[in-house]
Design a protein around this ligand. Sequence first.
Ligand SMILES: C[S@@+](CC[C@H](N)C(=O)[O-])C[C@H]1O[C@@H](n2cnc3c(N)ncnc32)[C@H](O)[C@@H]1O
Length: 354
Amino acid sequence: MTRLATLLQTQLSTLPLGRMPFAQVMEMALYHPEHGYYGPGPRRIGRQGDFFTSVSVGPLFGRLLARQAVAEWQAQEKPDGFTIIEQGAHDGQLAEDILNALNEKPMRYVIVEPNPRHQEAQRHRLGSRVEWVESLSALQTGPKHAFFLCNELPDAFPVHLVRWNGESWQELFVETADAETFLLVPGELTSPALAAEVARLPTDLDPGHTLEINLTMLDWARELARAAFQGVIFIADYGLDEDEFFVDSRASGTIRRYHQHQMDGRVLEDLGECDLTTHINFTRLIEETALHGLTQREYDLQGRVLGRLAMPWLQSLEGSPPDAATLRQFQSLTHPAMMGRSFRCLILEKPARA
Ligand SMILES: C[S@@+](CC[C@H](N)C(=O)[O-])C[C@H]1O[C@@H](n2cnc3c(N)ncnc32)[C@H](O)[C@@H]1O
């Protein structure tokens, strides 16, 4: 039994009904400061870790994002204090790749990082090349013109689970099954915010259809819109359009756990030792950001967006021997059978304070 599972058993035993919303358990499993997956410090990502991300593929992803940042800086007429803001920076690898590709362009780089252990690891890697804030709202007196970016951030937010029983949508709670294991049980929805999201869901699905509701992502969308900068927001993540969640083949939802490059749906096992993640609902994210004043510039498969950003580099290869390692990275990031189709990029425009 993991330390986190032991802690959860103890906490459940003190609750009147002996159960906790799944979202609360996922929050603990990922972010408990001592026993959560991300709490004690950034885990290794890549071959030696539990999963790959576009960042762990190699420096090309950062180089392409640096290209987009420079294009925004130029489009905004190279304002003083132009800032790249990154959230979900993990061990700082993407920041390092972007900064190395910027060739001393006069830009600030700010990381939004609430976890002091992650900040420490980033400081170790990046030193004085970067500044830090703990939250988007702490940008109050911060940058005016900015390029905000995140890779695989909202997929790591805790989600509520809801299940259709043929008559109504119910929330799923975690209960102790025996001394070692947990189970999911249905119950009443725990908040008006969740009820409001559930009211949007279809009711013609088969009983048992399970979905994730990412209320944290919706709060984050509002915070982004309110944050003290103007410019462009670049969100890369795996996700789906809303209708894609309702098909029979996704009846058990998209929540998965990752451990040593194995992926499965046994999300209550080895709590704190595995990454837990869901596909994000891009339709809902786009709606919420629009409601709060952000304008959609582009929403497309990662393969197409990065292909566009890579065009000048690809053209420059004509007639010269290609760099095999970089070409391999390009293929991993853009090929439809690799990260090109399952990952999508959303680019939004943000007025000063939406
Ligand atoms: C799946 S990892 C992605 C890491 C990195 N961006 C990459 O692509 O390799 C998700 C990261 O988001 C971070 N995270 C989660 N919630 C956050 C928040 N509210 N602010 C900043 N980082 C957050 C986690 O600590 C973790 O490092």
